[in-house]
Design a protein around this ligand. Structure first.
Ligand code: TXA
Ligand code: MG
Length: 315
């Protein structure tokens, strides 16, 4: 069976059976749609990599529905639980030292000594995890290195019959992936900017959060690959004016844009629109290039700029 199902009790029950039996279910989260499998079923986890065409070295995020579950998986401390209680459920992912030696987890962790965990803020995702009775590993539900999906249709377009079931829970409210922080050392290090801003983290922790610039050829977080989240049309950033062959995505008060991420300059609204607008721009036949207006490098703007910069990178 495959196809798109409106998320309700019945379809979530069915989806949980698919997860338990080693199948793949795409499901909504507040950030982007995830392509989910039972974390303990290596074969199912392997089929995620296959369906996405994703390089094997890339570790996956486990999605959990209860904070106490962390203790079974990972070395925890007060800081981990404090952050979890403040930001979960929500778009924040922790990289933690792994304590579970279960070899079934090796593939999901890509052989690393860390596990990566978050609790999504979406009722459909939480119900699915609870009903499945296992953590669900899920990368974004798109082909590797393409634009992340923020609707069920995006998933269908990208992965189609490679998925056993797609749960449709509407458009994602945040629209960019979760922020990933490494909590394995004394300093908190941000590996990927995302739905929770550096400022929010620093306010809560009362300390500086370091930003990992990584080595793009040997990323500890492959979201750090230079070309990532990429449309097929070339993308020009910091554009202030549309050129004839360009589909122009604006922000704030710009004139003559084809679409505006947020006419009022609201970064939250812009993040929620980003991926679907990039997809729309990429599907235009009239234009073979895309241009995007400058986005301020504050708060969620950092996550947006990170995605745009990678999408614009040309080898
Ligand atoms: O918002 C999200 O995080 C979405 C939804 C579905 O939850 N998921 C998502 O997963 O974006 P994915 O696989 O597309 O991106 C996860 C990123 C990858 O770049 C991966 O390399 C990095 O997290 N990552 C995972 N485990 C890691 C680890 N142990 N150390 C460093 N980076 C890790
Ligand atoms: Mg992804």
């Amino acid at each position: 069976m495959s196809g798109v199902f409106i998320a309700n009790n019945e379809s979530i029950n069915l989806a949980s059976k698919i997860i338990q039996n080693g199948g793949l279910v795409a499901f909504p989260t507040e950030t982007v749609y995830g392509l989910g499998a039972n974390v303990y079923n290596s074969k199912a986890v392997a089929s995620i990599f296959e369906a996405k065409g994703r390089p094997r070295f890339n570790p996956l995020i486990s999605h959990i529905a209860e904070i106490d579950f962390l203790k079974e998986y990972a070395l925890t401390d007060q800081r981990v639980f404090a952050l979890g209680r403040r930001f979960w459920p929500g778009p924040l992912t922790f990289v933690l030292k792994r304590i579970d030696n279960n070899p079934a987890l090796d593939l999901a962790c890509a052989g690393l000594k860390t596990v990566t965990v978050r609790m999504p803020n979406h009722q459909v995702a939480l119900d699915l995890i609870k009903k499945s009775g296992v953590p669900i590993v899920a990368p974004s539900a798109n082909k590797s290195q393409t634009i992340s999906p923020t609707t069920a249709e995006h998933v269908f377009e990208s992965l189609g019959s490679n998925v056993d079931m797609i749960l449709d829970g509407g458009a994602c409210s945040v629209g960019v992936e979760s922020t990933i922080i490494d909590l394995t050392e004394k300093n908190v290090v941000m590996l990927r900017a995302g739905g929770v801003s550096k400022e929010e983290l620093e306010d809560f922790l009362n300390e500086k959060v370091l930003i990992s610039h990584g080595n793009p050829d040997m990323p500890s977080s492959p979201g750090q690959l230079l070309r990532h989240y990429a449309p097929s049309h070339p993308l020009r950033i910091n554009a202030t004016q549309k050129q004839d062959d360009e589909f122009f995505i604006g922000f704030g008060c710009v004139n003559e844009c084809d679409l505006n991420l947020s006419p009022s300059g609201d970064l939250k609204e812009a993040a929620a629109h980003l991926f679907s607008f990039m997809r729309l721009a990429d599907s235009q036949t009239k234009y073979n290039k895309i241009a995007i207006a400058p986005i301020p490098q504050i708060g969620l703007g950092r996550a947006i700029n990170d995605r745009i910069l990678r999408a614009s990178y040309q080898k």
